[in-house]
Design a protein around this ligand. Structure first.
Ligand code: 16G
Ligand code: ZN
Length: 546
């Protein structure tokens, strides 16, 4: 109504539009923090509208993840705790780029009518706000609140400094009527972790692989939260480094470690052979690594593909134990369907390995929103990007079947009962809203413990094909259009044929290009049987783009 319109008009005067054109992109708006005030204010408005439309709590997370500390960004968490529904992204772009307060109000007015967003006799908007450790976060949070409070009666809860996955988890839990504070989060993670540790078979306990874990916290929020979580894991030996004295993401963190494959700051020859892990700036990515015996500055990377493989093996093992059920009273016809989701960045060796296990492997474009949606189609869907973002999703049907199995159907202490308890614990430990480095880390540790595996045993599951990534600055990245989960270029014409010709020259060659969703570049990926060949292939494909 008119009063609402004038509220928006007045407050938007405080947030003059920025001169740069922004797009909601793969993971929300991201830019230099200095240009984001008005964008974040407008996303506050969007979040309130989304809350009215869904009559649920919505999350706003202020972070630029692994990007440099001077950058920032904002993304919306939907009621399920997942990413903002894709059909609202065009509206996000439109209001972010509206050039006058009048245009802004008109766009909102039209959208409210089109989407039938209710205002009268409904619950007021409710938004949970979180931010990472970036210094610009506090004032951006204020801007978001201003946007939210354009709406009469709107509630905003500042949850403080959080990891991205914590905020997503809180939104999900709150909308399910469950306990949703940070303490509840730590409690759930630590209790389900202990449960998995208690279920470690005696045979595995005998192996002497459970030395300590050293974690690179990227000088970000994840380091601090891991210290808090650690207090609840009595006796579990974790050392956290890069916990905030250095610069966020600079020479540290999961993105750096995975892309550069070099030793992060704070690690050195004293860590040779030790199990190490690295989080990114907002702790939604996780990779493991170890330092090889000679001190070369290089690391042995255990990336998202290998975390995925570890999770898949474990889940598959537990399912086959359940399948061995012979007792006619507890046997049933339900066969849970397990699926694995990857992107074109998955190392070819990982895909071969997973298929070799008899698993169903499917591909989606880059970006959590695509992988998550696909994984949700299975009873158990495991998705990971090579960069370390991923999780496991369990269907309601599977979980209630599992709970039945746990509740006394099996003879106490039977292998079947233990397998059911393990899977149930995994479903609680793993963050089903979004990939979560902290819960992922605890699951990796619990599984290695259950299998009695060292990081070296894990690494040897398969050998990565050598790969190379390049980026090429271009005037207009939208000129490149891809299909088939980004594996084929459809525009400009002719490029795919040229890539095919280059690929054919290399043994085990594979290469693709795609426009980045977060930077003004075209990304090039190549892999082949030797590093030299992969480099060569990447270089020649990059020349096609230039
Ligand atoms: C964002 C995505 C990540 C993806 C990356 C690709 C989310 C939460 N994050 O960080 O999944 O791998 O973008 O970046 O979806 P690019 O498009 O610049 O290569
Ligand atoms: Zn991140």
């Amino acid at each position: 109504d008119e009063r609402q319109k004038s509220l928006i008009l007045n407050s938007s005067l405080l947030y003059p539009p920025s001169q740069v054109k922004l797009s909601y992109g793969t993971a929300g708006f991201r830019a230099d923090a200095s240009v984001l005030q008005s964008t974040v204010y407008r996303v506050g408005i969007l979040a309130a509208l989304r809350s009215l439309k869904t009559q649920s709590a919505i999350g706003l997370m202020i972070t630029a993840s692994h990007n440099q500390v001077s950058h920032n960004g904002i993304k919306v968490a939907d009621p399920s705790g997942g990413m903002l529904t894709q059909d609202w992204e065009p509206f996000a772009d439109a209001i972010a780029n509206a050039s006058t307060p009048q245009d802004l109000v008109q766009l909102i007015d039209e959208f409210v009518k089109r989407e039938n967003i209710p205002f009268d006799g409904v619950k007021s908007p409710e938004i949970l706000l979180g931010r990472d450790t970036r210094p610009s976060g506090e004032s951006l949070l204020e801007a978001a609140k201003q946007g939210i409070h354009c709406f009469v009666g709107a509630l905003s809860h500042d949850m403080g400094i959080l990891t991205t996955p914590q905020l997503h988890w809180m939104v999900r839990s709150r909308n399910r009527g469950l306990k949703a504070t940070e303490l509840d989060y730590f409690e759930l993670l630590s209790s389900s972790f202990r449960c998995l540790i208690d279920l470690i078979p005696n045979a595995s306990k005998l192996s002497d692989t459970n030395d300590k874990l050293v974690v690179d916290g990227a000088n970000g929020v994840g380091a601090h939260k891991l210290e808090l979580l650690k207090k609840k894991l009595n006796g579990f030996d974790i050392e956290v480094r890069n916990s905030g004295k250095g610069v966020l993401n600079e020479g540290v963190g999961a993105d750096y470690v995975q892309k550069e494959k070099v030793v992060p700051q704070g690690f050195g020859s004293q860590d040779i052979g030790v199990r190490c892990a690295s989080l990114d700036g907002d702790a939604d990515r996780l990779v493991y690594f170890s330092l090889p015996s000679e001190d070369s500055g290089k690391i042995d990377l255990v990336d998202g593909d290998k975390i995925l493989s570890l999770f898949a093996i474990f889940v598959k093992d537990q399912l086959s134990i359940l399948n061995e059920e012979r007792d006619e009273n507890t046997k049933d016809n339900y066969q849970p369907c397990l699926g694995v989701v990857q992107t074109a960045y998955a190392n070819g060796a990982s895909t071969d390995y997973l298929k070799g296990l008899g698993l169903e492997v499917v591909f989606t474009p880059t970006g959590v929103k695509y992988l998550h949606e696909k994984a949700a189609e299975y009873d158990i869907g495991i998705y990971f990007e090579a960069n370390g973002h991923g999780t496991i999703l369990f269907s309601e049907r599977f979980l209630s079947w599992l709970e039945q199995k746990c509740n006394g159907l099996y003879s106490k202490g039977s292998e079947q009962q233990k397998a059911a308890f393990r899977l149930l614990a995994v479903s609680k430990l793993i963050n089903q809203a979004v990939g979560d480095a902290l819960s992922g880390l605890l699951l990796v540790e619990a599984i290695l413990g259950n299998m009695g595996w060292s990081i070296h045993r894990w690494k040897e599951l398969y050998h990565d094909l050598p790969s190379k990534q390049l980026k090429v600055k271009v005037a207009d990245r939208t000129a490149v259009v891809t299909a088939n989960a980004e594996t084929v270029v459809v525009r400009p014409p002719g490029i795919q044929e040229a890539i095919n010709a280059d690929v054919a020259k290399h043994s085990r060659g594979r290469s693709f290009i795609r426009p980045s969703g977060t930077e003004d570049v075209i990304r090039v990926y190549a892999e082949a049987s030797t590093q030299e060949a992969a480099d060569d292939l990447a270089n020649s494909v990059a020349k096609l783009v230039d």
